[in-house]
Write a protein that binds this ligand. Structure first.
Ligand SMILES: C[C@H](CCC(=O)NCCS(=O)(=O)O)[C@H]1CC[C@H]2[C@@H]3CC[C@@H]4C[C@H](O)CC[C@]4(C)[C@H]3C[C@H](O)[C@]12C
Length: 324
């Protein structure tokens, strides 16, 4: 499972928990403007916006899980197994395969509205990256500072939802996740008054009772409600330090500890990494399961006019500040 959120203080922040039981040798990858983006069915992009994000480090192609471009547009792919459906090639459409989708959008668009125009002509086509890397069933969160949308390609067509809460998890489809929030409208960050009955005197024996009923488990519907509640009630200062700390704490509300989600064969789904982009400044921050220290990469410190992907392996060793 994964959770992705967008968050605005003074700047715009975007990121995700990447929850899984295996890794594809993830790296932070910077794709500069003149790296030739090679597409299977449409014309290559020989120059495009530069982007930074986490990608699979197993191929010489920017196989992004999530990324932002130099204009502050951000996009993340999350599992959508059993719901995602990719089509046959269709003449007259822009046939983009799911593994090309993030570079295709971030390479050319500066805002969600610009991306929406491209989405009018797109056909998410069922082409593998390779035999070893088959199609992934995904849906996507796409965000700029003002708004976000969710993109779901399903058997009945391409769905593009405005996302008023700026959160995405996994199954089922986004319209359900949003509707399900109605069930939690009584939750509050405030101490609730006794609505139960005036015939019984109910005590406020603890702080935090306004949130009783918030689902605590790791299912995607529960994470959706919990991350949304955390994000929308979140209070943070505007400085960079306060903002990214708060961002990682929101993601922390839905992080997965190893062992709690058994997927068989002695494998457990856990939060492999959490990321937070400052989309205004082009800085990619992340933490990994074993390394609680925040690592940062500034895309503008790279030569963005280059033509080769620059890759940084994740810093995964715990960094402890021993004081004596
Ligand atoms: C598994 C991940 C979703 C995490 C998630 O949501 N976990 C919940 C599981 S569950 O909901 O509990 O079942 C997704 C997110 C992005 C994906 C890569 C995208 C590029 C590339 C595309 C190629 O076509 C295939 C290989 C490739 C490296 C992909 C592998 C894998 O598919 C990645 C990592």
């Amino acid at each position: 499972m994964c959770t992705s959120i967008t968050y605005v203080t003074k700047d715009h922040y975007f990121g995700r928990n990447f929850d899984y039981e295996i890794s594809y040798n993830e790296v932070v990858a910077i794709t500069p403007r003149n790296y030739i983006l090679d597409f299977r069915k449409i014309e290559n992009l020989n120059t495009h916006y530069a982007m930074i994000g986490i990608a699979a480090g197993i191929a010489d192609y920017p196989l992004y899980y999530d990324a932002m471009n130099e204009k502050g547009l951000c996009m993340a792919g999350l599992n959508f197994a059993g719901y995602a459906y990719y089509n046959e090639y269709e003449e007259g459409k822009e046939n983009v395969s799911p593994f090309e989708f993030i570079p295709y959008i971030l390479g050319q668009c500066t805002t969600v509205d610009e991306a929406k125009k491209l989405l009018n002509t797109i056909n998410l086509v069922n082409i593998n990256f390779s035999e070893k890397l088959p199609l992934s069933p995904l849906h996507w969160l796409l965000a700029d500072k003002e708004k976000s949308i969710v993109i779901e390609s399903m058997e009945d067509g391409l769905h593009i939802y405005d996302n008023p809460v700026g959160v995405l998890t996994n199954n089922p489809s986004f319209d359900y996740q949003l509707f399900n929030l109605n069930n939690y409208r009584a939750l509050s960050s405030m101490t609730p008054k006794n609505n139960f009955s005036n015939q019984v005197d109910l005590e406020v024996y603890s702080r935090g009772m306004g949130g009783i009923g918030l689902p605590g488990d790791l299912s995607s519907t529960s994470r959706f409600v919990r991350a949304t509640f955390a994000k929308l009630n979140s209070v943070s200062g505007h400085s960079e330090d306060e903002s990214i700390s708060q961002f990682f704490h929101i993601l922390g509300s839905v992080e997965q500890q190893r062992g709690l989600c058994d997927v068989g064969d002695e494998k457990y789904e856990y939060t492999v990494y959490s990321s937070c982009c400052n989309a205004d400044k082009g800085i990619y921050y992340y933490r990994t399961y074993e390394n609680s220290q925040i690592t940062a990469l500034d895309m503008f410190k790279e030569d963005l006019n280059g033509n080769q992907i620059v890759k940084y392996p994740l810093v995964e060793k715990q960094q402890i500040n021993y004081v004596n």
